[in-house]
Design a protein around this ligand. Structure first.
Ligand code: GAR
Length: 197
């Protein structure tokens, strides 16, 4: 049984998709051991508690330096003996010490077809604003392993989603979530849990 930790910063709809996929058997051989947020107010923590999953907060606000925060985050993750760390809307730069320790054991979901609209400054709604500003007709989502770069690790899964006339960033974000993110992330976890990657 793969021991999975999910790192979140906000609403946690991707976390919800993972929890539901474990419940309905779309993900097998995996257990969500903990949800960790950098943000005490993240609704994702409520979703974890509602599911009887451990909900933890490690906030940079409680540490004097970034190094101390990074150390506390790594200590918290280590304490759960995780086989896989899933970044599901986690908007904190992953410390290099953590990447080295958990090489090929950290996956991220990004709301575009990498290498478009990714890297520094591209997160959340900003990704969809940029896609609309460029006028692309197709966008999508990508699940990838995390390496030292920003959104640069090996790609696991991608799915394209149409941009439609009249889209706002919010409408496009929702379509990308519904048609790609909430499907791809559980699928990638199931693949890893069952040795298919
Ligand atoms: C998701 O769209 C995810 O792809 C994105 O943040 C959102 C979190 O939503 N992540 C990034 O932009 C990472 N660069 P959620 O909290 O409802 O899952």
């Amino acid at each position: 049984m793969l021991r999975v930790g999910v790192l979140v910063s906000g609403g946690g709809t991707n976390l919800q998709a993972i929890l539901d996929a474990v419940d309905n058997g779309t993900i097998t051989n995996a257990k969500i051991e903990v949800v960790i947020s950098n943000n005490a107010g993240a609704y994702a923590l409520e979703r974890a508690k509602n599911h009887n999953v451990a909900a933890e907060c490690v906030s940079p606000k409680n540490y004097a330096t970034r190094e101390e925060f990074n150390e506390a985050l790594l200590d918290k993750i280590d304490s759960y003996n995780l086989d896989l760390i899933v970044l599901a809307g986690f908007l904190v730069k992953i410390p290099e010490s953590m990447i080295a320790k958990y090489r090929n054991k950290i996956v991220n979901i990004h709301p575009s077809l990498i290498p478009s609209f990714c890297g520094v400054g591209y997160y959340g709604l900003k990704v969809h604003e940029a896609a609309l500003a460029r006028g692309v007709k197709l966008t999508g989502a990508t699940v990838h392993f995390v390496d030292e770069g920003m959104d640069s690790g090996p790609i696991i899964l991608q799915k394209a989603v149409e941009v439609l006339p009249g889209d706002t960033p919010e409408i496009l974000q929702r379509r990308v979530m519904e048609q790609a993110e909430w499907i791809l992330l559980p699928q990638a976890i199931d693949m890893i849990a069952n040795g298919k990657i």
